[in-house]
Design a protein around this ligand. Sequence first.
Ligand code: HMG
Ligand code: MG
Length: 328
Amino acid sequence: PPPKKVNVKIVEVGPRDGLQNEKTVIPLETKIALIEKLAATGLKTIEAGSFVSPKWVPQMANSREILDHILNHRIKSAHPITYSFLAPNSKGFSDASAMLAKYPTAYAPETAPESDKASKPGLEVAVFAAATESFNQKNLNCSIAESLQKFKDVITSAKDAGLSVRAYISVVLGCPFDGYEVDPHKVAEIATELLEMGADEISLGDTTGMGTAPRTGALLKCMESAGIMPDDLAMHFHDTYGQALVNTAVSLEHGIRTFDSSVAGLGGCPYSPGATGNVSSENMVYFMETLGMETGVDLDALADVGQWISGELGRSNDSSVGRAVLGA
Ligand code: HMG
Ligand code: MG
């Protein structure tokens, strides 16, 4: 028999990280159509929205309606899908869980009966800290220590509700305000605290795309020395300097098997001036395929989604693989 392929988990962040920075209001129907089209490509985790202040990030204001749609409609997919929502404080979590309380049928995939796994949504809550005080302040209006205190309540409540929890740490390889002065030991310290609070996965965000191969390696070595296992980590690369796949290769060598990416390379962070999109999901899936790894994602179908959403947003398709696959 052929050797068993190594599975890689792709976390599609397009509907949240990809859209949050778009200036014109994107209709709810377009956001829902994007999620449904992505769900049909074989992706198993989709970040679908964000329960943050609408004054801070207006584009995410209708995340409640998106969660409502996910809970009420059986979105077609060949596999069980986990939908993830950001919630940085108790207000965000209670807005999300007020909806959940009305839909006791929604539960994490691990607890779903075998017979119904493909049709019930799994739900995940994501908190987000930063590796530098300056970025944390700009993004969350409080210090790192204060935000960790708030996350503790969110994580405890989410775990009590049977949800899985992801925790981001932003600007791990470069900060728009502090430059390259990001201490990897600080990243390891925050990650350890979040894991101890009960987070299931830490996503290390290269928000500014300033990461390079050697610095990615050094960061991951530091995480290893702190006793943080590769299974506890995901990598979240933005492709501002075109280094995302090089950094992905380094991360694979360090045993990481979960990667965030965004269809058509959509994205940017409103609190990171000049930040461009995430590494595109099409490029990520193609790269994994060239390495003989298994993503479960249909690249042609994904490229179609990328072309479609780029058209809807009136922007060029930022995925080189997407364009190549489509001959566009
Ligand atoms: P604040 O102003 O300090 O909040 O903002 P507050 O607690 O003082 O409350 C002020 C008002 O906001 C109140 O309303 C609250 O109810 C409301 P008012 O009485 O004035 O009418 N409020 C909320 N409303 C809705 N949802 C909530 C919420 N919380 C308070 N959850 C806050 C603090 C955290 C709210 C604000 O800073 C915020 O919303 N920040 C979000 C910033 C954000 O979403 N950034 C992008 C995501 S992170 C990212 O993109 C990076 C990532 O991709 C990884 C990477 O690339 O590195 C994840
Ligand atoms: Mg991001």
